[in-house]
Design a protein around this ligand. Structure first.
Ligand code: ZN
Length: 276
């Protein structure tokens, strides 16, 4: 399945891609977990990756504290200089890795850095051709890679803030994958009717928004940005049935921002009204 953050101009693409992955990945996942736990030399994992409903509602990642690393500088970018944008994003990625590695440690779950590709066109991914121009970023479960699209308007404006949130959001999907949340939702999805299915997907997407808000909130004071940048980001949000209403998206972004950690981001036990 592809997990995306769509650009405002876009509405759903991916509903069709949903039910593909199931039994194969589920069977393989047990083996992955076991080897990660037993063979873990770099990152000790005392806690097995949860499965089923427990992965969604009692995930150990919800029991961790606020993000510990609260400093993250934004490096300078130059207009239309893709390389400077990649360096900028790589640095944000370092910050995300530091912050999330500590949360995984607190949760007792093993951590590894995600694979990431920064692209400027619709390249081929492990989930098919990148859905440009509709997606600002995707997380592809098949290749375990975050694909971040740097597009023309962003290249023209080196002070833009959208890319920051895109990478934090896609990182959120990577976290969901590592802590068993995506696997659990993949197993539930085929048993759900259309309405419940969309609701489940919105809980996944809104949680990634919350994770991104929590990260951004935790390092905000170190960025030297104006409140306007954050307000502007919220203003720019559009909803759809796949990602939630604008109101829901803003709610979870702010909730993450104020909570500074993943403990406030359990969208799976939230009332339906909060994930509309
Ligand atoms: Zn997403």
């Amino acid at each position: 399945m592809i997990r995306t953050r769509f650009r405002p101009i876009a509405v759903a693409i991916a509903a069709a891609a949903t039910v593909l992955s199931l039994s194969g990945t589920a069977a393989a996942s047990g083996a992955t977990t076991a080897s990660e736990v037993s063979g873990a030399t770099s990152a000790r994992a005392a806690t097995p990756v949860p499965t089923g409903k427990a992965a969604l509602t009692r995930n150990p990642i919800y029991k961790t504290g606020q993000f510990d690393f609260t400093e993250c500088k934004e490096l300078d970018r130059r207009p239309d200089d893709v390389e400077s944008y990649k360096i900028y994003l790589d640095h944000l990625l370092d910050c995300l890795n530091l912050s999330w590695a500590e949360e995984f440690r607190q949760a007792g779950l093993s951590f590894a850095k995600p694979k990431v590709r920064f692209i400027t066109s619709a390249v081929k991914t492990g989930c098919g051709k990148y859905p440009a121009p509709y997606a600002a970023g995707i997380y592809c479960q098949a290749d375990k890679t975050m694909w971040i699209l740097i597009y023309k308007q962003q290249l023209a404006d080196p002070s833009e803030f959208e890319l920051f949130q895109v990478i934090a959001h896609e990182y959120g999907h990577y976290v969901q994958d590592r802590v068993g949340i995506l696997r659990a939702t993949d197993k539930l999805a085929p048993h759900f009717g259309t309405a419940k299915f969309y609701s489940l997907n919105r809980r996944v997407e809104l949680q990634a928004e919350c994770f991104s808000g929590a990260f951004i909130g935790s390092i905000w004071h170190s960025l030297g940005r104006d409140q306007f940048d954050w307000d502007d980001l919220l203003d720019y949000k559009y909803g759809d049935k796949w990602h939630g209403t604008r109101k829901s998206i803003v709610y979870w972004l702010k909730r993450g921002w104020n909570g500074n950690g993943p403990s406030v981001c359990d969208t799976f036990t939230a009332p339906a009204s909060k994930v509309a």
